[in-house]
Ligand binder design. Structure first.
Ligand SMILES: Cc1cc2nc3c(=O)[nH]c(=O)nc-3n(C[C@H](O)[C@H](O)[C@H](O)COP(=O)(O)OP(=O)(O)OC[C@H]3O[C@@H](n4cnc5c(N)ncnc54)[C@H](O)[C@@H]3O)c2cc1C
Length: 234
């Protein structure tokens, strides 16, 4: 991943009791957090954006995009454009290299505690920390052995997956990204998904490399070096 190194900043010292450090705290510097600080600045609000890594680093996982305005077709270019816009936003103070470990609401303000123990307060906060991959044991529709957690599809090595069949658990967006990013790959994806994921499978439904398998429950066996077998119900 081509992250730029985090720029660290020293948090402003907590203001005197009742005195906020800024107008808006934004936790997370992905596209949602960056949009929040731009919108805040446009109505004259000062903001502090806290992000442990680089702005929009998640977008570096998306080699092929087709649902973003502005003509962007790749995540890294979009990340650069968003980061440049935020860096040029005078009313936004960036705190890169820091993570918020706790948020407390007291009276009419929110206090964020950083991993350093420093605290910041503001009348408003936006939590924009995104989502991450779920483990099979976190989902009600999959039973899987304890042990190594299967990697998310976006970490699959396309060269190693060439000519093979991958069992994909869940019908989420990264499947479309994988297929768009590797249009010539002869990898077959068997996508087992619960009813709640059905709407997300539309963009991959016509791809001949995909076999969709709607399931009520899936029991996975094997793994950890052995071939995986799965028994589907529904
Ligand atoms: C492989 C892949 C392909 C995808 N393809 C598409 C696509 O084609 N189109 C699409 O629209 N979406 C796609 N997505 C989803 C995409 O990631 C999201 O749309 C987008 O990144 C969501 O933005 P966000 O700001 O909500 O969250 P994120 O981009 O995840 O940003 C959240 C940020 O919060 C930070 N953070 C987390 N915890 C803390 C904390 N405690 N304190 C401070 N900061 C914290 C993280 O470091 C991160 O930078 C894809 C995702 C993946 C993984």
């Amino acid at each position: 991943m081509a992250d730029t190194p985090p720029r660290t900043g020293t948090p402003a010292p907590p203001g005197p009791t009742g005195s906020p450090d800024t107008d808006l705290l934004v936790i997370g510097g992905g596209p949602a957090g960056c949009a929040a600080v731009r919108m805040a600045a446009s109505v004259g609000m000062r903001s502090v954006l806290v992000e442990p890594r680089a702005l929009c680093h998640t977008l570096h996982r998306i080699p092929a995009l087709d649902n973003v305005l502005g003509g962007h077709t790749g995540g890294p270019r979009l990340a650069e454009a968003v980061a440049a816009e935020v860096a040029g936003t005078d009313l936004c103070h960036l705190l890169l290299g820091h993570r918020v470990s706790a948020l407390h609401v007291t009276g009419d303000h929110v206090t964020a505690t950083l991993d350093t123990g420093a605290r910041l307060s503001a009348p408003y906060a936006v939590v924009a920390t995104g989502v991450g991959p779920r483990r099979p044991r976190d989902t009600a529709w999959v039973t899987a052995p304890d042990g190594p957690v299967p990697p998310p599809l976006w970490e699959a090595d396309a060269a190693r997956a060439e000519g093979r069949t991958l069992l994909v658990l869940g019908g989420d967006r990264p499947i479309g990204t994988f297929l768009r990013a590797h249009p010539a790959a002869r990898t077959r994806l068997v996508v087992a998904y619960p009813a709640a994921d059905a709407y997300k499978t539309e963009e991959i439904r016509e791809d001949p490399r995909v076999t969709l398998l709607p399931v009520e429950h899936l029991t996975v066996r094997g793994g950890a070096g052995a071939p995986v077998a799965a028994e589907a119900v529904g």
